[in-house]
Design a protein around this ligand. Structure first.
Ligand SMILES: *Cc1c(COP(=O)(O)O)cnc(C)c1O
Length: 413
């Protein structure tokens, strides 16, 4: 019997197996057919402290007994209030307001709308968005519009709005990125949106903190709002709580999701400065921020995020991150001669697997994915880019196994 489920980013016509997972704990998934699978990509970058973390599950259970869901327009609840306060306490002080939504994509949509609302409310005609080539900001129409154009969104191009693009800061060509940004900023756009330090879905491409820092300074000099999309990079992925920290950058708008609930429930926030909040503040209702979705700040998801923040405050999360970064630096050494452009930032290790005419749709990625699936390791290359992004709780043995399986796959190439 075929399943009626239509899976995301899945070509059902290929008939590739879709494993059925029944339980998960830490870095391990259990399948219905009795396999123990190592989740080496944190279930698409969301799981930070591990699956079914006891403290997060306890918070979810407790909250579910009290209040499951509440309209958030004009009403509030304790988990959202606590979460907002706890977030403000660990995020850069200039970010003073927390707007909730449900996914990384919606947190980006919210940031873009806040940027345009900010200038509209101030009577300034600024509405263009500047983006970095090769970026990914989600699959909603706005997210796709500010992201890289390609096979993923070719059919939907007529729906996408126009943006201004700066080149990715290739090694040795960083100045071209900064010069393009400078000249675009002179045309008074509303905002720049960037993935700080590393483009995730765009191929795990890393660029220097100094470039991020200079991009921020150029935006500040021209009054262009700086939107940091830390949906992937946030929550320790690059070695620090936020990637922006490494460049000493404080954005005007900050998007967080994925690891916000430790990867347990869908939730996102867009953090904003006082100035952006103030431009929406008025006795005139027509200047309010016009955005909501039904499940905005769902109490159970907020309680999970409160527990995540407690884990960050009370457990040695930064030490665990430093430790798995160090272990991966060692484990990846033998791969250096088998792959090209082996690179690492914090807990993320990425490499290019050589193949003529590489593209996302080439057969290599699916072939590798199948190889790993057969060996009970969940890895999912982005085209020819293979990467490891494990939960911070992964054991030494399981991490070693992931790298052994990759090494084996490279031997077979
Ligand atoms: C995953 C991701 C998004 C989209 O988040 P969803 O929760 O999948 O909508 C946006 N920006 C970046 C940088 C991401 O990695």
């Amino acid at each position: 019997m075929t399943s009626p489920v239509w899976h995301p980013f899945t070509q059902h016509g290929l008939g590739e197996p879709v494993p059925l997972v029944t339980r998960a704990e830490g870095a391990i998934l259990q399948t219905a057919d009795g396999r123990r699978v190592i989740d080496a990509i944190s279930s698409w970058w969301v799981t930070t402290h591990g699956h079914c973390h006891p403290r997060i599950l306890a918070a979810i259970r407790a909250q579910a007994e009290k209040l499951d869901q509440l309209i958030f327009a004009g009403w509030t609840h304790e988990p959202a209030e606590t979460l907002a306060r706890d977030l403000i306490a660990i995020m850069p002080p200039a970010l003073t307001k927390v707007f909730f939504s449900d996914s990384g994509s919606t947190s980006v949509e919210v940031a873009l709308k806040m940027a345009l609302g900010h200038f509209a409310n101030r009577g300034e005609d600024r509405s263009r968005i500047v983006v970095m080539a090769g970026s990914y900001h989600g699959d909603t129409i706005g997210g796709m519009s500010v992201g890289a154009r390609g096979v993923f969104n070719k059919s939907y191009a007529p729906l996408l709005f126009d943006v201004d693009v700066i080149p990715f800061p290739e090694p040795g060509a960083e100045q071209a990125t900064l010069d393009t940004l400078e000249s675009l900023c002179r045309q008074r756009p509303a905002a720049l949106i960037v993935e700080p330090l590393i483009l995730g879905a765009g191929g795990m491409r890393i660029y220097p903190a100094a470039v991020l820092r200079m991009m921020r300074e150029i935006c500040a000099a021209h009054g262009v709002l700086f939107i940091a999309d830390e949906v992937m990079t946030g929550w320790g992925r690059t070695g620090t709580l936020l990637a922006c920290e490494q460049a000493d950058v404080v954005p005007d708008l900050l998007c967080l999701s994925k690891g916000l609930t430790g990867g347990s429930l869908p939730l996102a926030v867009t953090l904003a400065t006082d100035e952006i909040f103030a431009s929406h503040l008025s006795e005139d209702r027509s200047r309010m921020f016009f955005h909501s979705s039904s499940y905005t700040a769902n109490p159970i998801a907020c309680a999970a995020a409160v527990a995540n923040l407690a884990i960050w405050r009370e457990e040695p999360v930064r030490e665990r991150i430093a430790d798995i970064a160090r272990r991966q630096a060692e484990l990846s050494v033998p791969l250096a001669e088998k792959v090209s452009n082996l690179r690492q930032i914090g807990t993320i290790v990425a490499m290019e697997v050589e193949q003529p005419e590489g593209s996302y749709l080439s057969a290599l990625g699916p072939r590798l994915t199948a190889h790993f699936r057969e060996r009970n390791v969940l890895l999912r290359p982005l085209g020819n880019t293979l990467y490891v992004m494990p939960p911070y709780c992964i054991s030494d043995d399981d991490l070693a196994r992931v790298y052994a399986v990759i090494g084996e796959a490279m031997e077979g190439m």
